[in-house]
Write a protein that binds this ligand. Structure first.
Ligand code: M6R
Length: 344
């Protein structure tokens, strides 16, 4: 069942390239720069087709806003995707934690499109928020990984993470081997962090979701106190936590926030912070920071800005995994937690 891996979490981290390919299968038609237009059917440039939304596309286009509703990791996925969705649909995109939406009885209108994101499709708060949105007359869209789940049945339309037909090209093997190459370095880093009491993750933009998700994994499996911090807020409080002992992981891959993240790193180094910088491979500026100080680098392949958070989270998941194993905690069944939270 674990296919040669020691734990399911480790196996599932390494299965991500294949999982992403399955999600895109039949939905994403890539055109590579070197492809002849004739490689595809006439007029078929790079495009995305989501079969489950075809009938409601016009309603979604007329929406006043798109509201994403989720819990936990699924909420972080929405946060990571928000900017791309805003850029593509040119509509306001708001995010709601399902429990908070319910506590506030937040206003929802007939011309809202509400998207309920849940891996299991069974999360009680997300399901209750869906029922609430339906009473308000909103179009309710599901994004779940479980065919036939309560959320996929209760929504008006949706996307299954594994459904689809034919697809274009992706270099699964190469990518997987890059992740595996990274593993040994991350394991060594985990050794240095195994006894930490607390860990901070600093990031900006869509990598704020990376920071929150990495901190959640650190709490959830490694049982270490951890916080994901929006680096733009650093001087409004979190900077007080910085000293030479507290490990701080800074996400500074090349995107629109790169220059600001350099400034964050310099300010942290000036305070003798114990830094680990997650950066793109071959980034000489970041290598320069590491050369002159005790800061360490985790280097990841560069991809388009919108997808960089997908790559960035992988070594941080591995880091949480290795620290958990080193600390002797149960990786696949963390204490007090269940896979699906079906009660509120
Ligand atoms: O099945 P869902 O995506 O609705 O689950 C939501 C959360 O309970 C879940 O993502 C939780 O945060 C994870 N166990 C964290 O790793």
């Amino acid at each position: 069942m674990k296919g040669g891996y020691d734990h399911f979490m480790q196996k599932e981290i390494h299965e991500q390239p294949e999982a992403l390919l399955q999600t895109m299968r039949g939905r994403v038609m890539f055109r590579r720069p070197d492809d002849e237009p004739s490689a595809y059917v006439a007029g078929a440039a790079s495009r995305i087709t989501l079969g489950g939304l075809v009938d409601t596309k016009a309603t979604i286009r007329r929406a006043r806003r798109i509201m994403f509703v989720a819990c936990g990791t699924s909420y972080h996925a929405c946060l990571a995707a928000r900017q791309t969705i805003e850029d593509l649909v040119e509509l306001p995109v708001v995010l709601e934690l399902a429990s908070d939406l319910l506590d506030r009885r937040a206003p929802i209108f007939r011309d809202d499109t509400c998207v309920f994101v849940s891996q299991s499709g069974e999360t009680a708060d997300t399901l209750r928020a869906l029922e609430y949105a339906k009473t308000r007359g909103a179009l309710c869209v599901g994004v779940t990984n479980t065919v036939g789940s309560a959320i996929s049945r209760a929504t008006h339309c949706g996307i299954h993470q594994n459904a689809g037909y034919e697809i274009g090209v992706a270099s699964t093997k190469a990518y997987t081997s890059q992740v595996l190459g990274l593993d040994a370095k991350v394991r060594a880093l985990a050794e240095t962090l195994r006894d930490s009491q607390s860990l901070l993750f600093f990031a900006r933009g869509s990598n704020y979701a990376t920071a929150l998700e990495a901190a959640l994994k650190m709490k959830e499996v490694a049982l270490i106190h951890s916080e994901g911090i929006l680096a733009g807020e650093m001087k409004h409080g979190p900077l007080a936590l910085v000293d030479e002992h507290m490990p701080i992981i800074v996400v500074a891959t090349r995107d629109g926030t790169y220059a600001k993240m350099q400034s964050v790193i310099e300010q942290l180094l000036a305070r003798d912070a114990r830094l680990i910088i997650l950066c793109n491979e071959g980034d000489e500026r970041m290598q320069g920071y590491a050369a002159g100080s005790r800061c360490q680098l985790i280097e990841v392949p560069q991809t388009v800005e919108q997808l960089q958070p997908v790559v960035n989270i992988v070594p941080l998941q591995l880091l949480a995994y290795h620290i958990t194993v080193l600390r002797g905690h149960n990786v696949d069944q963390p204490r007090n937690l269940a896979k699906s939270v079906t009660v509120t």
